[in-house]
Write a protein that binds this ligand. Structure first.
Ligand SMILES: [Zn+2]
Length: 180
């Protein structure tokens, strides 16, 4: 939807202390959730970024495998955190996109009814309303979904991920200290 309307949306960068989700981990988890590949490999045991079998230092959190042993699978709680984050984000984007369509539908009716030139000409009124629906619903859905839905969805989704992370960390305290 972002590409459709040619609007550049800034990429959000998390500024909190939660290391989820690195782009590589997100890619892996999306595949796991789609069922396109199994939840297996080598992962940093702190931030769960996928690592090569010979890789010693996690490319995301810079912890070496002598400090944090690699794990073979991403814990279910972390997979669930990704699933919920994405579901929250898409709910907000879709919700605002539907709102945009609704505004075009109702706004178009009001506009056509309130414009005197359409009173006598039903065909012209129908064409005008059709155009408003065609263009307006697309543009408004893209704008509202892509800007407001995306932003609010990201914030809500991120909050959910942070809560999952804090709950995970409270049950699985890291075996090393992080200086940051
Ligand atoms: Zn890491």
């Amino acid at each position: 939807m972002k590409e459709d309307i040619g609007i550049e949306i800034e990429e959000y960068r998390a500024t909190d202390n939660c290391p989820l989700f690195s782009p590589a981990l997100e890619k892996h988890l999306v595949g796991v959730l789609n069922g396109s590949h199994p939840n297996q490999g080598n992962f940093c045991s702190y931030c769960f970024t996928p690592m090569g079998a010979d890789e010693e230092i996690c490319p995301e959190c810079d912890l070496g495998s002598s400090q944090v042993p690699k794990v073979r699978t991403v814990p279910p709680e972390i997979v669930e955190a990704m699933r919920q984050q994405r579901s929250i984000e898409s709910r907000w984007v879709n919700g605002f996109a539907y709102l945009g369509v609704l505004i075009a539908v109702i706004g178009g009716i009001i506009f056509v009814l309130a414009t005197p030139i359409f009173d006598e000409n039903l065909i012209l009124a129908t064409i005008a309303y059709g155009l408003i629906l065609l263009v307006g619903s697309r543009v408004l859905a893209g704008l509202l979904g892509g800007i407001y839905g995306d932003r609010i969805g990201y914030e809500r989704g991120r909050r959910s991920t942070r809560e999952h992370w804090e709950s995970y960390i409270s049950k699985n305290a890291p075996s090393h200290s992080i200086d940051s």
